[in-house]
Design a protein around this ligand. Sequence first.
Ligand SMILES: NC(=O)c1ccc[n+]([C@@H]2O[C@H](COP(=O)([O-])OP(=O)(O)OC[C@H]3O[C@@H](n4cnc5c(N)ncnc54)[C@H](OP(=O)(O)O)[C@@H]3O)[C@@H](O)[C@H]2O)c1
Length: 375
Amino acid sequence: MPLQRVQPIFLFGFGGVGRAVLRQLVAARPMHAQRLGLRLEIMGIADSRHILVNPNGLPTDALQRLHDIKVTTGALFDESAPFGMSPHSRAYQQLEGGVDALANPQSPSDFVLPQGTIIVDTTASEAGVPLLLRCRYNGWRAVLANKLPLAGSLDWWYEIATPFNRWETTCGSAMPVISTLNTLLNAGDDVQRIEGSLSGTLAYLASQLEVGVPFGVAVREAKRLGYTEPDPRQDLSGRDAARKALIMARMLGYQLDMDGVSIESLYPSSMESLTADEFLVAVDALDDDMARRAVELSSGGRKLRYAAVIADGRCGVQLIGADATTKLGAVNASDSIVVFTTRHFNSNPLAVSGRGAGQDVTAMGVLGDVMSLAM
Ligand SMILES: NC(=O)c1ccc[n+]([C@@H]2O[C@H](COP(=O)([O-])OP(=O)(O)OC[C@H]3O[C@@H](n4cnc5c(N)ncnc54)[C@H](OP(=O)(O)O)[C@@H]3O)[C@@H](O)[C@H]2O)c1
């Protein structure tokens, strides 16, 4: 099929997920050209320090080099020795003025992202919000793996969570949670309850507690296995799980913000002032309370889950004991799951489950979102 159409992309965030998106996008180009007559063209890439752009799209060999430099040095380009490419070479130029210059070009000579550009936010920051808020006015669309803009103010939500944008991977990576919820809502089904286990880290900890492993031992082991953030409190606070719950609750029309989500933190606020290393020692003090809680909740063969529950206008994340015969109770502890109870899926609720994290699988979901907008 002859090449018919170029789809401009701006990659905002170049960490594990962002780089995996780049690798998969470049690898898929021959297939896109052959099957769809489409080329995804990367107009620019940003990390926390640099924004590199090219009005004609970054050439494939430059993309490859930027990827490899980022992996080797942690920076988008090495300013002292940029591997033979000046930042002002024809391959790319550095955009001075950061996100604001990108969101609001001031003069005719400024770099302007073309109409129809898809902004792909794979940061874990709110830095891209000025760009996302300009989408409607500048004719761009957005794909987010990043939950923060969608779990921020309701004003942001109404501007970003539109039918022109996609955020499939914010709740369960590439699992089709958001698209399933959209299908139910758009078809007029009445979604009465959503329950989910959407944190791999907390699911692992719950499974360990359930079989009697002391909490402190389980936390340190989860960190050793690379399941937690460098500071495990980021997972144990429940805030990341709460953001996922809030996104789904807002899709149901609940006018909530993060303050309205009830969140069970798995450590007390008195441990907030500790360093991460101090916390990893002090966490043993929580063993007895957590063991008691686990025994209570898992009595009668129930399964311990750190679950999001969204129903009756309320939204929360907490440890619960799930009946082992339910989909939430029966799911393999290493899998994520979201269960929708609706008018049409009532006595047998609809469940989406599978691998709910991982940079490559998330990048695949991001690319799927990009393609659903590009086609
Ligand atoms: N990993 C998963 O399984 C998974 C699943 C679903 C969703 N997600 C979401 O996907 C996002 C990315 O995850 P990740 O694992 O790729 O994280 P990561 O490796 O930490 O990458 C984050 C990227 O964002 C960039 N960034 C941070 N602040 C920025 C700013 N102010 N301006 C521009 N760029 C900025 C970072 O820049 P530097 O490189 O300069 O630090 C980095 O390139 C997160 O929001 C995460 O919650 C991840």
